[in-house]
Design a protein around this ligand. Sequence first.
Ligand SMILES: Nc1ncnc2c1ncn2[C@@H]1O[C@H](COP(=O)(O)OP(=O)(O)OP(=O)(O)O)[C@@H](O)[C@H]1O
Ligand SMILES: [Mg+2]
Length: 257
Amino acid sequence: MSILAVFNQKGGVGKTTTSFNLSAAMRRDNVHPLLLDLDPQCHLTMLAGVQTQLGTSLYGFYKEGRQLTDLIRQLPNGFNLIPSHIELCKMDMLLGREPRIATKLRNAIRSEMLETPDMPIVFDCCPMLGVLSINALVAAERVLVPVAADYLSYQGAVQLSHTLTGLEHALKRKFKRRYLITRFDKDRKTSQEIVDKLRDTFGDDVCDTVISESAPLAEALLLGKDVFQYDAAKAAADEYTKLFEELVGCGFLPIGD
Ligand SMILES: Nc1ncnc2c1ncn2[C@@H]1O[C@H](COP(=O)(O)OP(=O)(O)OP(=O)(O)O)[C@@H](O)[C@H]1O
Ligand SMILES: [Mg+2]
């Protein structure tokens, strides 16, 4: 069983890119993840080429009492997706004070028995610690934190580690955490400096694999393709394969357990 939240309160660090391409790496290994787009910006939903209506998105689950199982789309590219909807941006206002809202997603995943050894669940979170991200973190026991290789992203990662520690106290359990350096530019001195700082600060919690800044990766996204579907992005595809293998190898993604 493996439920993974891809989360960072900092925007634009590669959460969606990583959710999408790490899931694509799983698919190549015949593992078909269930992706939940927990971001009202709907970026993952758009990348997957899915058009959503309110009731058939996660909004249907949060506001209309629908089962998660009924909302799963099986996509031709081998992903299972529960799409987002822009109206989910109202969740904090609509549900923020509801008792037990923090456990709603976790309870549904359990009661609908969506946790299976063959289908890892991946949450693409929004860049804000509101109802949706809290739901993801309560449901997940693993958090993958993409951190872009720049100074403000480093500072954001330090803040986030405090946030996660606070949540661990509240939830009375530990998250397994991994920090993933993204958008690394080998020609930029500051990129390497930030990598060193991250490794000094977070030690073994930083993935060995680094995702480089890559124009073909960005082009692939523009075309709605993952890096494995776009030949020019081979270098990025190799990095995401390496990431998948590393996460499985170190037990962070217990595929098939
Ligand atoms: N390794 C990379 N190389 C080049 N461009 C990248 C890379 N990773 C992400 N990008 C680009 O950076 C932008 C932000 O990436 P992405 O949407 O994955 O970040 P995010 O953390 O999900 O953002 P948000 O916080 O808004 O949800 C995207 O336009 C994407 O194309
Ligand atoms: Mg995103």
